[in-house]
Design a binder for this molecule. Structure first.
Ligand SMILES: C[S@@+](CC[C@H](N)C(=O)[O-])C[C@H]1O[C@@H](n2cnc3c(N)ncnc32)[C@H](O)[C@@H]1O
Length: 269
């Protein structure tokens, strides 16, 4: 069935080269930390939604081994292609071009684990999506969600908004994903949200990663993220002007202090 592709997913597709540059710096380490927090066991069935290029799906596939299965689901074809290339030698890992909010495994069997790294807040109704995904777990199965801790990417995103406003006069409307992300951006809020969707044994762990940046690598970070959509409709000279202003604003920022929250809980009943 043809999927309609949301603008934020198109932004990830268009920014796939920039996204790939940040894969070894940030996406892979946080994906690995998510899997290590509550590791899947050999032979288990895992669903990884909003999988991108497989930063958490690949370590999960290594953990479950060839007796297990990882279904990795995303709507960004470019990122899925990157993931497939990186997953050589892991036949238990299958990438699917599909909408996470409507995904159901073809065999109808439940998963032992469902995980979603930096993706849950992009799903149009985060609570309904989580309910659907938890419903794909067996009772006792694990749901793991990784989110940004409050303020962690403000140092690189804030100057983009400022540059955009100053150069174009555009007002920047906070996207729905930012509002949803704000609901799960502290350990207390994330734990409360996981309990609220009916999970037990809820725990939250902080993952910290300091990444040295330059104004140009920071630009590629934002251009490889959903915020890229904020430049939609600008012509090339306008984008160049925003870029130049961003570089100036970022001149003295040398580190991205990335702080991620890995929340987990268990399906009851
Ligand atoms: C910030 S990226 C995270 C990728 C990966 N989990 C990682 O940590 O590297 C968010 C991902 O969510 C995906 N996404 C957004 N909405 C989606 C949907 N409805 N169904 C599937 N994937 C979606 C985007 O295409 C993008 O790849």
């Amino acid at each position: 069935m043809a999927e309609s592709i949301p603008p934020v997913v198109q932004a990830f597709d268009h920014g796939s080269a920039e996204f790939a540059e940040w894969t070894p710096l940030l996406w892979d380490p946080v994906g690995a930390a998510t899997v290590e927090t509550v590791p899947p066991r050999p032979g288990e069935r895992v669903l990884d939604v909003c999988c991108g290029s497989g930063s958490s799906a690949i370590p999960a596939a290594r953990a479950v081994g060839v007796e297990g299965l990882v279904d990795a689901v995303d709507l960004a074809r470019e990122l899925l292609d990157q993931g497939s290339e990186r997953a050589e030698g892991l036949p238990q890992l299958r990438f699917h071009h599909a909408d996470a909010t409507r995904w159901a495994p073809a065999d109808g069997l439940p998963y032992d684990r469902v995980q979603c790294v930096f993706g849950i807040f992009f799903l149009p109704d985060m609570d309904a999506a989580a309910g659907h995904l938890v419903g794909l777990l067996r009772p006792g199965g694990t749901f793991a969600v990784t989110t940004w801790r409050q303020g962690s990417v403000d140092d690189v995103v804030g100057p983009l908004v400022q540059a955009l406003t100053e150069e174009t006069g555009r007002t920047f409307d906070r996207p729905p994903s930012a509002r949803q992300a704000a609901r799960v951006d502290t350990d207390v809020k994330l734990a409360g949200w996981l309990s609220g969707i009916g999970l037990g044994e809820v725990a939250v762990r902080l993952v910290e990663r300091d990444v040295p940046i330059t104004p140009d690598s920071a630009w590629r970070f934002v251009m490889g993220s959903g915020i890229r959509a904020a430049l939609d409709g600008l012509d090339a000279p306008a984008v160049a002007a925003v870029h130049a202003r961003y570089r100036t604003l970022m001149a003295s920022t040398t580190v991205l202090r990335a702080r991620a929250l890995v929340g987990s809980g268990v399906r009851i009943g």
